[in-house]
Write a protein that binds this ligand. Structure first.
Ligand SMILES: [Zn+2]
Length: 133
């Protein structure tokens, strides 16, 4: 029956202009990303509450929590950082000036100072915010 076919036709979107506007916003955001890489959000380093020493990196809306345990090391200052409240991952970080290291992928493959090294450096410099009660 013919009338039934009309009922099958999808209802038009409530407000096509809103949809267009949302799409324009998306494409503008994409254009901006192409023109200029996003500035990295500034990181801050915090003492967090928890058993033992727990350190936190905050970057924008992201955060990383690490339980930090000192490691014996022949040189520099070494810690094992075990991720808490996130994917299970743990890294050995050793701070020793230009010879600092971390066995995370960022430091290993990209060969740069990773956020864990920055976190530990901030902690050792007494440059972490907040603190456990
Ligand atoms: Zn690392």
């Amino acid at each position: 029956m013919v009338g039934g076919a009309v009922l099958v036709t999808p209802a038009p979107l409530a407000n096509p202009r809103q949809v267009e506007s949302a799409m324009a916003t998306l494409s503008n955001a994409a254009k901006r990303r192409n023109i200029r890489p996003a500035e990295p959000a500034p990181e801050s380093y915090h003492l967090s509450s928890g058993a033992g020493l727990v350190l936190e990196i905050r970057r924008g809306y992201q955060f990383w929590l690490y339980a930090a345990r000192p490691l014996a090391s022949d040189y520099g200052t070494a810690f094992h950082l075990e991720r808490a409240g996130g994917p299970a991952e743990g890294y050995d970080v050793c701070l020793d000036g230009a010879n600092s290291s971390c066995d995370c992928p960022d430091a290993t493959y990209r060969q740069r100072q990773c956020k864990r090294q920055r976190l530990l450096a901030a902690y050792l410099a007494g440059d972490v915010k907040g603190g456990a009660a």
